[in-house]
Design a protein around this ligand. Structure first.
Ligand SMILES: Cc1ncc(COP(=O)(O)O)c(C=O)c1O
Length: 411
């Protein structure tokens, strides 16, 4: 009898987004005439930028000719893409990243889910809360947590709560709190949209160095940062090369959710401790893992990603992002106001979206109460754009659902 890994049993039946998708499909099947607005995973709504499409067409032609055809590529990624990343994402911001510190992949979801594999099962993990759910689920699957409690939190994980009081930017764990070895930071944050300032990142880096901790910095939404004072990369902070890995994705920056391309930076200066107490390079470990379990993102896809850095590609994708920023900001603002009475939110935009996670209100009695009120009152939930979410009075659990013409129950 094949025994299965027991940790999966700690998870809810399905990952958050597919479950939302399943419920929406079931609802649509039962109510074919209903206008249903998906509040699940956010996806792109605009086609790829013309410069990217052109480069991918040319790459397909390369694959059709013996002289230019490519088979397996380098596991870490083609030089043409790695050089474009180094120049545009890092050198342009005064950051030096070596070519062999960049690992091209087929998505930040995979990177953020897989990276925990190189840490000991005894590693103590912290996540900011709320945040992209993959960080927690992948550590639950690996066995680094106990069961989920009634509050929806897993025993053994450290949750650093983002709320109105701290501007949705929790500080590093206090010296007196439980020790942490690895922390996931998401900036810009999914779902709150908050971006860590230079001062906040400096505090994180100095905490990590003082505590021999590792920061996993997920900057998937980096392309949406508009304030020139805000750092785009954690390596803009002195000392971060000693303690941080950075994840980037083309999904949000260039609309690649269906194309699949991302990368992770693993500086050679970041180390962990082996069982024998010796320092081990995380770059070497990740390189071993990556080349063993991954055979590289496809040539056509990497040509498309590289074209996002061409003059036309940059101009076109920036235009798409600028058009998407308004709806994103409004949506993220609603999440932050903790007034959101729905368990998931999504904000469709032309070029990537803030994905869906539980809002803080879900855990509160107010959130549940608000949802009951909405259903009982025949009121509907509408999505971010131009639609009113039920509101809770600041400081009380009293909801203020607004009546909408055609109610939709989304979850
Ligand atoms: C914070 C964050 N990181 C990573 C991802 C996954 O990106 P990718 O499409 O590259 O897998 C998402 C997707 O919504 C995200 O919100």
């Amino acid at each position: 009898m094949a025994r299965i890994i027991e940790h999966y049993a700690k998870l809810p039946g399905s990952y958050l987004f597919p479950e939302i998708g399943r419920r929406v499909r079931a609802y649509q099947a039962a109510h074919p005439d209903a206008r249903v607005i998906r509040l699940g995973i956010g996806d792109v709504t605009e086609p790829l930028a013309p410069a990217i499409v052109k480069a991918m067409h040319a790459a397909v032609d390369d694959m059709a000719r013996r002289e230019t055809f490519r088979g397996y590529g380098p596991e870490q990624g083609y030089d043409f893409l790695i050089e474009a990343i180094r120049e545009h994402d890092f050198a342009a911001r005064g950051v030096a990243v070596a070519a062999d510190e960049i690992f091209v992949s087929d998505g930040s979801k995979c990177d953020s889910g897989n990276i925990q594999e190189i840490f000991s099962l005894a590693a103590r993990i912290a996540v900011t809360d709320p945040v992209y759910p993959v960080y927690v689920d992948s550590n639950v699957m690996a066995g680094r947590t106990g069961p989920m409690g009634a509050d929806g939190r897993y025993a053994g994980l450290t949750y650093l709560v983002g709320n109105e009081a701290n501007g949705f930017q929790p500080d590093p764990p206090a010296a007196t709190s439980e020790p942490v070895d690895v922390v996931y930071l998401c900036s810009p944050n999914n779902p709150t949209g908050t971006v860590a300032t230079r001062a906040q990142l400096e505090r994180w880096v100095s905490w990590a160095r003082a505590n021999d901790a590792i920061i996993l910095f997920d900057a998937a939404y980096e392309g949406y940062i508009s304030d020139p004072a805000l750092p785009h990369s954690i390596y803009e902070i002195e000392g971060a090369r000693d303690c941080a890995l950075e994840l980037r994705s083309f999904s949000k920056r260039a609309g690649f959710t269906g194309v699949r391309c991302a990368f992770m930076v693993v500086p050679k200066t970041v180390t962990g401790v082996g069982a024998d107490g010796k320092q081990v390079s995380l770059n070497a470990l990740w390189s071993r893992r990556h080349s063993t379990k991954f055979n590289g993102a496809s040539y056509v896809v990497q040509r498309g990603a590289a074209a996002a850095y061409s003059p036309d590609g940059l101009a076109q994708t920036r235009e798409q992002i600028a058009a998407a920023r308004g709806p994103h900001r409004r949506g993220a603002h609603r999440v932050r106001r903790r007034s959101c009475a729905v368990p998931v939110v999504a904000h469709p935009g032309p070029c990537g979206v803030v994905g869906a996670v539980r809002s803080p209100a879900v855990r509160s009695p107010g959130g549940r109460y608000a949802r009951r009120r909405i259903r009982a009152g025949g009121r509907g939930l509408l999505p971010a754009l131009g639609i009113q979410l039920a509101r809770q009075h600041r400081g009380s659990a009293r909801p203020y659902p607004r009546r909408v013409p055609r109610p939709i129950e989304a979850t």
